[in-house]
Design a protein around this ligand. Structure first.
Ligand SMILES: [Fe+2]
Length: 450
Protein backbone atom coordinates (compact mmCIF):
# COMPACT_ATOMS: atom_id res chain seq x y z
CA UNK A 1 0.00 0.00 0.00
CA UNK A 2 1.30 3.44 -0.90
CA UNK A 3 1.92 5.66 2.11
CA UNK A 4 0.00 8.87 2.23
CA UNK A 5 2.22 11.73 1.05
CA UNK A 6 1.71 13.54 4.34
CA UNK A 7 3.22 10.56 6.18
CA UNK A 8 6.38 10.37 4.07
CA UNK A 9 9.50 12.39 3.33
CA UNK A 10 9.65 15.70 5.18
CA UNK A 11 6.20 14.96 6.57
CA UNK A 12 7.06 11.61 8.18
CA UNK A 13 5.74 11.79 11.75
CA UNK A 14 8.00 11.14 14.71
CA UNK A 15 6.98 8.25 16.94
CA UNK A 16 7.70 9.47 20.44
CA UNK A 17 8.11 12.41 22.79
CA UNK A 18 11.66 13.31 23.80
CA UNK A 19 13.54 15.99 25.72
CA UNK A 20 17.15 16.89 24.97
CA UNK A 21 19.21 19.48 26.81
CA UNK A 22 22.39 21.40 26.06
CA UNK A 23 22.02 21.64 22.29
CA UNK A 24 25.03 22.28 20.06
CA UNK A 25 25.16 25.80 18.64
CA UNK A 26 27.28 27.01 15.73
CA UNK A 27 27.86 30.75 15.51
CA UNK A 28 26.85 33.26 18.12
CA UNK A 29 23.33 32.97 19.41
CA UNK A 30 22.18 36.51 20.30
CA UNK A 31 21.57 36.69 24.08
CA UNK A 32 18.49 38.79 23.45
CA UNK A 33 16.86 35.70 21.95
CA UNK A 34 15.73 34.43 25.31
CA UNK A 35 12.49 32.52 25.09
CA UNK A 36 11.03 29.61 23.16
CA UNK A 37 10.38 28.92 19.51
CA UNK A 38 7.34 26.67 19.50
CA UNK A 39 5.94 25.13 16.36
CA UNK A 40 2.97 22.91 15.68
CA UNK A 41 2.40 20.14 13.18
CA UNK A 42 0.15 17.23 12.37
CA UNK A 43 1.82 14.13 13.74
CA UNK A 44 -0.51 11.13 14.03
CA UNK A 45 0.42 8.46 16.54
CA UNK A 46 2.16 5.34 15.17
CA UNK A 47 -0.31 3.09 13.38
CA UNK A 48 -2.81 5.88 12.74
CA UNK A 49 -3.44 7.01 9.15
CA UNK A 50 -5.75 10.00 9.13
CA UNK A 51 -7.99 10.44 6.09
CA UNK A 52 -6.84 14.03 5.73
CA UNK A 53 -3.47 15.62 6.53
CA UNK A 54 -5.22 18.15 8.74
CA UNK A 55 -6.84 15.39 10.84
CA UNK A 56 -3.47 14.25 12.18
CA UNK A 57 -3.01 14.86 15.90
CA UNK A 58 -1.11 17.99 16.82
CA UNK A 59 2.43 17.82 18.13
CA UNK A 60 4.36 20.84 19.35
CA UNK A 61 8.13 21.11 19.06
CA UNK A 62 9.92 23.64 21.23
CA UNK A 63 13.45 25.01 21.35
CA UNK A 64 14.37 26.93 24.46
CA UNK A 65 17.01 29.66 24.16
CA UNK A 66 18.50 31.57 27.05
CA UNK A 67 21.21 34.24 26.93
CA UNK A 68 23.21 32.72 24.11
CA UNK A 69 22.59 29.07 24.92
CA UNK A 70 20.14 26.55 23.47
CA UNK A 71 18.90 24.92 26.64
CA UNK A 72 16.51 22.32 25.33
CA UNK A 73 14.48 20.79 22.58
CA UNK A 74 11.33 18.90 23.38
CA UNK A 75 8.34 17.61 21.47
CA UNK A 76 4.94 16.74 22.89
CA UNK A 77 1.64 15.68 21.44
CA UNK A 78 -1.17 17.97 22.47
CA UNK A 79 -3.05 15.57 24.71
CA UNK A 80 -6.64 16.17 23.67
CA UNK A 81 -9.52 13.67 23.73
CA UNK A 82 -9.02 13.29 19.96
CA UNK A 83 -5.48 12.00 20.51
CA UNK A 84 -7.09 9.08 22.34
CA UNK A 85 -9.67 8.58 19.60
CA UNK A 86 -12.61 10.69 20.77
CA UNK A 87 -14.77 11.66 17.79
CA UNK A 88 -15.46 15.28 16.85
CA UNK A 89 -19.11 14.62 16.05
CA UNK A 90 -21.20 13.21 18.86
CA UNK A 91 -24.92 12.61 19.44
CA UNK A 92 -25.02 16.05 21.04
CA UNK A 93 -23.18 17.83 18.20
CA UNK A 94 -19.52 18.72 17.81
CA UNK A 95 -17.23 18.09 20.77
CA UNK A 96 -15.13 21.24 20.71
CA UNK A 97 -12.53 19.59 22.93
CA UNK A 98 -11.96 16.73 20.44
CA UNK A 99 -9.28 18.73 18.68
CA UNK A 100 -6.20 17.87 16.69
CA UNK A 101 -4.82 21.15 18.12
CA UNK A 102 -2.27 20.87 15.34
CA UNK A 103 -2.40 24.13 13.38
CA UNK A 104 -0.78 26.91 15.38
CA UNK A 105 0.50 27.83 18.82
CA UNK A 106 0.37 31.33 20.30
CA UNK A 107 0.80 33.07 23.62
CA UNK A 108 -1.76 35.54 24.89
CA UNK A 109 -2.53 36.82 28.36
CA UNK A 110 0.18 34.57 29.80
CA UNK A 111 -1.37 31.43 28.32
CA UNK A 112 0.25 29.23 25.72
CA UNK A 113 -2.49 27.96 23.39
CA UNK A 114 -2.42 25.26 20.72
CA UNK A 115 -5.05 26.00 18.10
CA UNK A 116 -7.23 24.29 15.50
CA UNK A 117 -10.01 26.27 13.85
CA UNK A 118 -12.83 23.80 14.47
CA UNK A 119 -12.22 23.53 18.22
CA UNK A 120 -11.48 25.28 21.47
CA UNK A 121 -7.84 26.22 22.13
CA UNK A 122 -5.74 23.87 24.25
CA UNK A 123 -3.58 25.37 26.96
CA UNK A 124 0.00 24.13 27.36
CA UNK A 125 2.57 24.64 30.09
CA UNK A 126 5.86 26.39 29.38
CA UNK A 127 7.35 22.89 29.04
CA UNK A 128 4.69 21.93 26.47
CA UNK A 129 2.67 19.63 28.69
CA UNK A 130 -1.07 19.79 28.10
CA UNK A 131 -3.22 21.60 30.67
CA UNK A 132 -6.57 21.21 28.89
CA UNK A 133 -9.17 22.95 26.75
CA UNK A 134 -9.40 26.69 27.35
CA UNK A 135 -12.65 28.61 26.86
CA UNK A 136 -11.71 32.07 28.14
CA UNK A 137 -13.42 31.47 31.47
CA UNK A 138 -16.59 30.20 29.83
CA UNK A 139 -16.90 33.16 27.43
CA UNK A 140 -16.00 31.13 24.33
CA UNK A 141 -18.73 28.65 23.48
CA UNK A 142 -17.71 28.16 19.87
CA UNK A 143 -14.57 27.21 17.98
CA UNK A 144 -11.66 29.64 17.61
CA UNK A 145 -9.67 30.41 14.49
CA UNK A 146 -6.07 29.18 14.43
CA UNK A 147 -5.04 32.65 13.18
CA UNK A 148 -5.89 35.23 15.84
CA UNK A 149 -4.35 38.66 15.42
CA UNK A 150 -2.85 40.70 18.23
CA UNK A 151 -3.04 44.44 17.67
CA UNK A 152 0.45 45.80 18.38
CA UNK A 153 -0.95 49.14 19.52
CA UNK A 154 -3.58 47.91 21.98
CA UNK A 155 -2.38 44.39 22.81
CA UNK A 156 -5.92 43.16 22.17
CA UNK A 157 -6.42 39.79 20.56
CA UNK A 158 -8.89 39.64 17.67
CA UNK A 159 -10.21 36.25 16.64
CA UNK A 160 -13.25 34.68 15.07
CA UNK A 161 -15.36 31.56 15.11
CA UNK A 162 -16.44 30.19 11.76
CA UNK A 163 -19.11 27.53 11.40
CA UNK A 164 -20.83 25.80 8.49
CA UNK A 165 -24.12 26.45 10.30
CA UNK A 166 -25.62 29.71 11.58
CA UNK A 167 -24.23 31.76 13.11
CA UNK A 168 -21.61 31.45 10.37
CA UNK A 169 -19.20 34.01 11.76
CA UNK A 170 -18.61 35.51 15.20
CA UNK A 171 -15.88 38.07 15.87
CA UNK A 172 -14.33 38.28 19.32
CA UNK A 173 -11.90 40.67 20.98
CA UNK A 174 -9.94 39.76 24.11
CA UNK A 175 -8.04 42.17 26.33
CA UNK A 176 -4.26 41.89 26.71
CA UNK A 177 -4.81 39.80 29.83
CA UNK A 178 -7.15 37.42 28.03
CA UNK A 179 -10.62 38.66 29.06
CA UNK A 180 -13.22 38.52 26.28
CA UNK A 181 -14.32 42.13 25.83
CA UNK A 182 -16.60 41.88 22.84
CA UNK A 183 -18.34 39.23 20.74
CA UNK A 184 -20.35 40.12 17.64
CA UNK A 185 -22.14 37.95 15.13
CA UNK A 186 -21.18 39.16 11.66
CA UNK A 187 -24.16 39.50 9.30
CA UNK A 188 -23.96 38.40 5.69
CA UNK A 189 -21.39 35.65 6.19
CA UNK A 190 -21.91 32.25 4.64
CA UNK A 191 -20.70 28.69 5.15
CA UNK A 192 -17.57 29.44 3.10
CA UNK A 193 -14.32 28.20 4.60
CA UNK A 194 -12.59 30.95 6.56
CA UNK A 195 -9.08 30.05 7.70
CA UNK A 196 -7.37 33.40 8.23
CA UNK A 197 -8.41 37.03 8.50
CA UNK A 198 -6.77 40.40 9.06
CA UNK A 199 -7.10 43.59 11.05
CA UNK A 200 -6.22 47.18 10.27
CA UNK A 201 -6.19 50.18 12.58
CA UNK A 202 -9.93 50.69 12.20
CA UNK A 203 -11.29 47.55 10.49
CA UNK A 204 -11.52 43.78 10.60
CA UNK A 205 -11.16 42.04 7.23
CA UNK A 206 -12.66 38.64 6.43
CA UNK A 207 -12.21 36.55 3.29
CA UNK A 208 -14.75 34.12 1.91
CA UNK A 209 -13.18 32.31 -1.02
CA UNK A 210 -14.53 29.76 -3.48
CA UNK A 211 -14.40 26.89 -0.98
CA UNK A 212 -17.43 26.05 1.08
CA UNK A 213 -19.09 23.46 3.30
CA UNK A 214 -19.79 20.18 1.49
CA UNK A 215 -21.34 17.29 3.40
CA UNK A 216 -20.44 14.89 0.58
CA UNK A 217 -16.72 15.33 1.37
CA UNK A 218 -15.87 12.44 3.68
CA UNK A 219 -12.23 13.06 4.55
CA UNK A 220 -13.16 14.59 7.88
CA UNK A 221 -12.75 18.11 6.54
CA UNK A 222 -16.15 18.72 4.88
CA UNK A 223 -15.25 21.46 2.42
CA UNK A 224 -14.76 21.63 -1.33
CA UNK A 225 -14.31 24.11 -4.16
CA UNK A 226 -17.59 25.49 -5.51
CA UNK A 227 -17.90 27.65 -8.61
CA UNK A 228 -21.23 28.87 -7.28
CA UNK A 229 -19.75 30.09 -4.02
CA UNK A 230 -19.21 33.84 -4.41
CA UNK A 231 -15.73 34.95 -3.36
CA UNK A 232 -15.96 38.02 -1.14
CA UNK A 233 -14.07 40.26 1.20
CA UNK A 234 -15.92 41.50 4.27
CA UNK A 235 -14.86 44.75 5.91
CA UNK A 236 -16.18 45.46 9.39
CA UNK A 237 -15.44 48.54 11.49
CA UNK A 238 -13.75 47.66 14.74
CA UNK A 239 -15.52 48.36 18.00
CA UNK A 240 -19.02 48.07 19.40
CA UNK A 241 -21.70 47.99 16.73
CA UNK A 242 -19.19 47.39 13.97
CA UNK A 243 -20.87 44.19 12.85
CA UNK A 244 -23.99 46.15 11.88
CA UNK A 245 -21.85 48.12 9.41
CA UNK A 246 -20.01 45.21 7.78
CA UNK A 247 -19.80 45.44 3.99
CA UNK A 248 -19.11 42.53 1.67
CA UNK A 249 -17.38 43.03 -1.70
CA UNK A 250 -17.24 40.54 -4.55
CA UNK A 251 -13.76 39.47 -5.67
CA UNK A 252 -12.50 37.09 -8.32
CA UNK A 253 -12.87 33.35 -7.65
CA UNK A 254 -10.01 31.86 -5.66
CA UNK A 255 -9.03 30.75 -2.22
CA UNK A 256 -6.64 32.64 0.03
CA UNK A 257 -5.43 30.43 2.83
CA UNK A 258 -3.39 33.13 4.58
CA UNK A 259 -3.08 36.89 4.70
CA UNK A 260 0.36 38.45 5.00
CA UNK A 261 -1.14 41.63 6.41
CA UNK A 262 -3.71 44.35 5.85
CA UNK A 263 -3.55 48.09 6.39
CA UNK A 264 -5.21 51.39 5.50
CA UNK A 265 -3.30 53.39 2.90
CA UNK A 266 -2.91 57.17 2.73
CA UNK A 267 -6.23 57.43 0.89
CA UNK A 268 -8.09 55.35 3.45
CA UNK A 269 -8.29 52.34 1.18
CA UNK A 270 -7.83 48.94 2.75
CA UNK A 271 -4.96 46.95 1.28
CA UNK A 272 -4.86 43.19 1.85
CA UNK A 273 -2.19 40.79 0.57
CA UNK A 274 -1.80 37.05 0.67
CA UNK A 275 -1.16 33.91 -1.38
CA UNK A 276 -4.17 32.64 -3.30
CA UNK A 277 -4.91 29.53 -5.33
CA UNK A 278 -7.25 28.97 -8.24
CA UNK A 279 -9.51 25.99 -8.72
CA UNK A 280 -6.81 23.70 -10.15
CA UNK A 281 -4.31 24.59 -7.47
CA UNK A 282 -6.89 24.04 -4.77
CA UNK A 283 -7.79 20.66 -6.22
CA UNK A 284 -4.14 19.61 -6.48
CA UNK A 285 -3.59 20.63 -2.88
CA UNK A 286 -6.73 18.88 -1.73
CA UNK A 287 -5.75 15.68 -3.53
CA UNK A 288 -2.43 15.71 -1.68
CA UNK A 289 -4.06 16.53 1.64
CA UNK A 290 -6.40 13.52 1.34
CA UNK A 291 -3.55 11.28 0.23
CA UNK A 292 -4.58 10.63 -3.33
CA UNK A 293 -2.15 8.22 -5.00
CA UNK A 294 0.49 9.22 -7.54
CA UNK A 295 0.97 12.67 -6.14
CA UNK A 296 4.38 14.19 -5.73
CA UNK A 297 6.23 15.15 -2.60
CA UNK A 298 4.03 18.23 -2.38
CA UNK A 299 1.10 19.66 -4.31
CA UNK A 300 1.84 22.01 -7.17
CA UNK A 301 -0.57 24.63 -5.93
CA UNK A 302 0.71 27.64 -7.90
CA UNK A 303 -0.27 29.71 -4.89
CA UNK A 304 0.50 33.29 -5.93
CA UNK A 305 0.43 36.44 -3.87
CA UNK A 306 -2.48 38.76 -4.60
CA UNK A 307 -3.28 42.25 -3.47
CA UNK A 308 -6.83 43.41 -2.90
CA UNK A 309 -7.40 47.14 -2.50
CA UNK A 310 -10.81 47.94 -1.06
CA UNK A 311 -12.09 51.46 -1.75
CA UNK A 312 -14.88 51.94 0.76
CA UNK A 313 -15.89 55.29 -0.72
CA UNK A 314 -16.18 54.09 -4.30
CA UNK A 315 -17.52 50.73 -3.16
CA UNK A 316 -15.21 48.59 -5.23
CA UNK A 317 -12.19 46.32 -4.99
CA UNK A 318 -9.16 46.28 -7.25
CA UNK A 319 -7.09 43.13 -7.27
CA UNK A 320 -3.87 41.99 -8.86
CA UNK A 321 -1.25 39.28 -8.67
CA UNK A 322 1.90 40.90 -7.34
CA UNK A 323 4.46 38.09 -7.56
CA UNK A 324 5.09 35.01 -9.69
CA UNK A 325 6.52 32.61 -7.11
CA UNK A 326 4.52 29.76 -5.61
CA UNK A 327 4.53 30.81 -1.98
CA UNK A 328 2.81 30.10 1.30
CA UNK A 329 3.33 30.83 4.98
CA UNK A 330 3.60 34.63 4.64
CA UNK A 331 4.98 36.41 7.71
CA UNK A 332 5.91 39.96 8.71
CA UNK A 333 7.37 41.83 11.65
CA UNK A 334 4.21 41.58 13.75
CA UNK A 335 4.82 45.02 15.21
CA UNK A 336 3.33 46.08 11.85
CA UNK A 337 0.19 43.96 12.06
CA UNK A 338 -2.61 46.12 10.68
CA UNK A 339 -0.20 48.88 9.64
CA UNK A 340 1.61 49.34 6.34
CA UNK A 341 4.57 47.01 6.25
CA UNK A 342 7.60 47.30 4.02
CA UNK A 343 8.95 43.78 4.35
CA UNK A 344 7.27 40.44 3.99
CA UNK A 345 8.69 36.92 4.24
CA UNK A 346 7.40 33.65 2.80
CA UNK A 347 8.32 30.10 1.91
CA UNK A 348 8.46 29.33 -1.79
CA UNK A 349 7.65 25.82 -2.96
CA UNK A 350 9.01 24.09 -6.06
CA UNK A 351 6.54 24.20 -8.93
CA UNK A 352 6.39 23.39 -12.60
CA UNK A 353 7.21 26.94 -13.63
CA UNK A 354 9.79 28.38 -11.27
CA UNK A 355 12.34 27.45 -8.68
CA UNK A 356 13.33 23.86 -8.02
CA UNK A 357 14.00 23.88 -4.29
CA UNK A 358 12.26 25.18 -1.23
CA UNK A 359 13.38 28.75 -0.79
CA UNK A 360 12.89 31.41 1.83
CA UNK A 361 11.86 34.72 0.30
CA UNK A 362 12.07 38.29 1.53
CA UNK A 363 10.09 40.97 -0.25
CA UNK A 364 10.86 44.67 -0.04
CA UNK A 365 7.53 46.20 -1.01
CA UNK A 366 9.03 49.68 -1.32
CA UNK A 367 11.82 48.87 -3.78
CA UNK A 368 10.27 45.76 -5.31
CA UNK A 369 13.44 43.80 -4.58
CA UNK A 370 12.91 40.10 -3.90
CA UNK A 371 15.68 38.25 -2.06
CA UNK A 372 15.83 34.44 -2.23
CA UNK A 373 17.53 32.02 0.14
CA UNK A 374 17.50 28.49 -1.28
CA UNK A 375 18.25 25.97 1.43
CA UNK A 376 19.43 23.12 -0.80
CA UNK A 377 18.25 19.74 -2.02
CA UNK A 378 16.36 17.63 0.47
CA UNK A 379 15.83 20.49 2.90
CA UNK A 380 12.54 22.06 3.88
CA UNK A 381 12.49 25.15 6.09
CA UNK A 382 9.48 25.96 8.20
CA UNK A 383 7.53 29.21 8.06
CA UNK A 384 9.98 31.98 8.99
CA UNK A 385 9.13 33.73 12.25
CA UNK A 386 10.44 37.28 12.57
CA UNK A 387 11.85 38.47 15.90
CA UNK A 388 12.70 42.14 16.24
CA UNK A 389 16.20 42.95 17.51
CA UNK A 390 16.38 44.70 20.86
CA UNK A 391 16.08 48.45 20.46
CA UNK A 392 15.59 48.16 16.71
CA UNK A 393 13.85 50.88 14.76
CA UNK A 394 14.25 49.53 11.22
CA UNK A 395 11.42 47.20 10.33
CA UNK A 396 13.72 44.38 9.19
CA UNK A 397 16.29 44.72 11.97
CA UNK A 398 15.96 41.35 13.61
CA UNK A 399 16.06 37.63 13.08
CA UNK A 400 14.20 35.06 11.08
CA UNK A 401 13.79 31.78 12.92
CA UNK A 402 13.17 28.61 10.94
CA UNK A 403 13.48 24.89 11.57
CA UNK A 404 14.85 22.92 8.62
CA UNK A 405 13.94 19.30 7.92
CA UNK A 406 16.98 17.72 6.27
CA UNK A 407 16.20 14.44 4.56
CA UNK A 408 19.81 13.93 3.46
CA UNK A 409 21.14 13.88 7.01
CA UNK A 410 17.87 12.63 8.56
CA UNK A 411 18.27 15.53 10.97
CA UNK A 412 17.04 19.02 11.67
CA UNK A 413 18.52 22.33 12.61
CA UNK A 414 17.12 25.63 13.70
CA UNK A 415 18.50 28.59 11.78
CA UNK A 416 18.75 32.10 13.17
CA UNK A 417 18.98 34.30 10.09
CA UNK A 418 19.73 38.00 9.77
CA UNK A 419 16.39 39.27 8.51
CA UNK A 420 17.97 42.40 7.09
CA UNK A 421 20.04 40.39 4.58
CA UNK A 422 19.33 36.78 3.69
CA UNK A 423 22.57 36.55 1.68
CA UNK A 424 24.83 36.50 4.73
CA UNK A 425 25.52 33.24 6.60
CA UNK A 426 23.19 32.33 9.47
CA UNK A 427 23.81 34.20 12.70
CA UNK A 428 23.55 30.85 14.47
CA UNK A 429 22.66 27.25 13.74
CA UNK A 430 21.23 25.03 16.47
CA UNK A 431 21.55 21.31 15.88
CA UNK A 432 18.46 19.43 17.00
CA UNK A 433 18.55 15.88 18.32
CA UNK A 434 16.15 14.52 15.71
CA UNK A 435 14.62 15.28 12.35
CA UNK A 436 11.64 17.52 12.97
CA UNK A 437 8.82 16.97 10.48
CA UNK A 438 7.54 19.71 8.22
CA UNK A 439 5.42 22.00 10.30
CA UNK A 440 2.45 24.29 9.96
CA UNK A 441 2.58 27.42 12.13
CA UNK A 442 4.34 28.56 15.27
CA UNK A 443 5.50 31.48 17.37
CA UNK A 444 8.47 32.92 19.16
CA UNK A 445 7.50 33.36 22.81
CA UNK A 446 9.98 35.72 24.47
CA UNK A 447 10.36 35.38 28.23
CA UNK A 448 9.09 38.93 28.45
CA UNK A 449 5.70 37.73 27.17
CA UNK A 450 4.97 35.74 30.31
FE1 LIG B 1 -2.89 28.49 8.59
Amino acid sequence: MTSKPYLTGHYTPVTDEITATGLTVEGNLPPELTGRLIRNSHNPKPGITPAHWFKGSGMVHGIRLREGRAEWYRNRWVHTPALDGAPYMTDKGPDLTASTAGTHVIEHGGRLLALCESNLPFELTADLETVGAYDFGGKLTSAMTAHPKEDPATGELHFFASSPFPPFLIHHVASPDGQVLQSQEVPGASAALKHDFAITEHYVVFLEGSVTFDMSEHSGIPYSWSDSQEARIGVMPRGAGGADKVRWFDILPGYGMHFANAYEDANGRIVVEGPTVGREGWQRSWNWWVGAPDRGAEPNSRSRTRRWTVDLTAGRVEEEQIDDLTVEFPTINEAYTGREHRYQYALSFPDDLGIGNHTLVKYDRRTGVRQLLPVGNGQLPSEAVFVQAAGATDEDAGYLLTVVSDLNANASKMLVLDASDLSVPPVATIHLPRRVPAMIHGSWIPDTAA
